[in-house]
Design a protein around this ligand. Sequence first.
Ligand code: PMP
Length: 789
Amino acid sequence: MTECPHPGDDGVLETPAPALTIKQAERVALDMFDIRAQARLLDSERDQNFRLSTSGGNEFVLKIANPAEDAAVIDMQAQALAWIATVDPQLPIPRLHPTREGMGAGSVSVDDRDCIVRVVTYLQGLPLDDATPTRPLRRALGASLAHLDLALQGFFHRAAGHELLWDLKYAGRLRKYLDTISDTSKRSLAGDVLDCFSTSIEPAFATLRAQIIHNDFHPGNVLVEPDCHDRVAGIIDFGDIVHAPLVNDVAVAAAYQTLSQNDPIASASELIAGYHAINPLLERELDMLPLLVMTRLVMSVVIASWRAQQHPENIEYITGDQHSSWVALEQLAAIDPKAMSRAFSEACGLPGGGEQRSPHARSPESDEALSDRRQHLLGESLQLSYQQPLHIVKGDGVWLFDSDGKRFLDAYNNVAHVGHCHPDVVSAIHRQARLLNTNTRYLHADIVDLAAKIADTMPGDLSVCTFVCTGSEANDLAWQIARSVTGGSGAIVTDNAYHGNTNAVIELSPEELGRAPEPWVATVPAPNTYDGPCRDDDRALVESSAPRIGQAVEELRGRGHRLAAFMFDTIFASDGIRIPPEGYLQAVFDKVHEAGGVCIADEVQAGFGRTGEFMWGFQSQGVVPDIVTLGKPMGNGHPIAAVVTTPDIAASFARKQYYFNTFGGNPVSAAAGLAVLRIMTQERLQENAVAVGSYLRSQIRNLSSNHAIIGDIRGAGLFTGVELVADRHSRQAATDQARTVTNEMRRHGVLIGLTGENDNVLKIRPPMVFNRSNADLLCATLDGILADL
Ligand code: PMP
């Protein structure tokens, strides 16, 4: 193991390193760690390290710590290694080898001083010092450091706050050693950097996000694959880990990339970009990086000249790469720090530093050009939302941001159930994607845990889950199951239903079909008490529901099809968002069962607590479907969906048919699904849906006294429909105005949709983190737009 010249804490530096003989080291390895090996001395300034090679070809490093080293700090380093190995087993770090007694470390007495002894695995690889840095390697370095920091994120140790000379936090203290620099112009350059550091960085340190960091990503501490220099094969030397601002870790690593470079900014930028891609840096961290990088270079030259003065006999070793540090420092000092920060930001794909930054780089092509290209390449059947299309580049909670940095309140996208880019979902996906992604034909606990958690939320016997990727696939499978277990071939859906896009379920989706469905499909009206034959008459609706199903069953029979299933969206979203009166579904279910069919509740829209009081939309009616399908919000944007049914139905289906879905329920999807459920509980999102949903409807109701166009306000939880009508007596659809309202809302920064057979129902279905002030903003915007109509 190589160690860089390392002036650490004064005590450790001034206490001579332990000096075991090779024979003694081999004895310690055998007696204490049960390793029979040949030892070879490795370079080290403050400790003593031996490389151990066993006859079986295993290699280790025996580390004898400096006797002045704090035992708690050594323990922290050992605990950190163990932590990282558990959290991110991919990271190539040394593993601790226990003592014979199973302890992490032992102790030996060297010249009457007690020294802590550890053994770690020896990592094979070429020290970065000996490799030629390429662009991909610099990116890989940044990425590895980012993964290391992510792994260390949750780690803490009581010794983490120990004071270390090599801690950027304390760079200001180095001022006292400035006079050891004899060259006056160099001394004044170092002084200037430290002054800038003290005025513009030091005061902000306490407000930066901080954690335990590696703090010494020096080329001597990184190994690359001997055959492929672009890959990081090892990260060693955890001797400087400390609790500090996260950005310091990046600054240390980037500082070393500026050495011996014609274009130090470009090479540092590559490492920073590699880091940012994995563990995004904040704008203010990027702004601080130029000065932090320079400060780190100053630390290294100041500490070296101080040490050289104290140990003239060792001057060559101590001042090893000082020349290149001075050169880099002088190169950087000639560049405007703002330009540096701009270069770093741009390398990360962020807008170049400036006073006003949009959350994402402005697209290099105009929206019109992009739209043209899109139409040619994606075809015309895929339409864009809104008259003036949106070019969204970033999401955060209930907010979306377009390529100009304009913010939109998202009151439409239910897929981002727990909020756009919820960090816990993002990191669950990220963590699992780094570890494994296979399919449901291997054992994996997460997928089973997810199934168990979903089953726990379901009433009755609904307990067997099949995972798929989309709502369409879920309904397609539900339909296959229904046909298989009933032997029937006919389906009933509502007049303007939408259940998906596969060959089978598009027939069950009159909303999108644009023609009469196949003869095996019959439709029934959605439970509408706002207009039509059951206007304002719940009882008439409930009483007519079973006969209406009976009629559909007969229609199907007349066309040669026995009923297999009634499929319905539990909030009848595409039918205009309908909350049926009590008893409606029970009457329908009874009739369907009587005709030999099964009831399939499509929860793709209403599920996962959206309707507030209940996890699933059908529960408000007290019925238990035979099959339930889930989708959209399930992975917060990650494609995961499911079919849930009873053990009897599942077994009957399995006797006749196998079902396998390559991507459905893979470990990454399962991680996303589990994260969504966890967040829903942690953030009490169902309760939020109840409270904010009813608040929103009451506020819209207040608006309706000023706006006669509002005919009806209905919904449950955070699913609201506002029906716009020509007048409240005729209740005729105000379709054109509804379209204008949605487009105007978009223009004023609030996203809603349209639904219903006549496209006159405003569809308000925001992420579940929507709060009262979001509701107020929506209502104020709507109020203004309705007034201007
Ligand atoms: N069912 C319902 C009720 C839906 O709203 C949708 C999608 N709008 C689907 C099924 C199909 O889901 P997906 O688009 O994920 O295939």
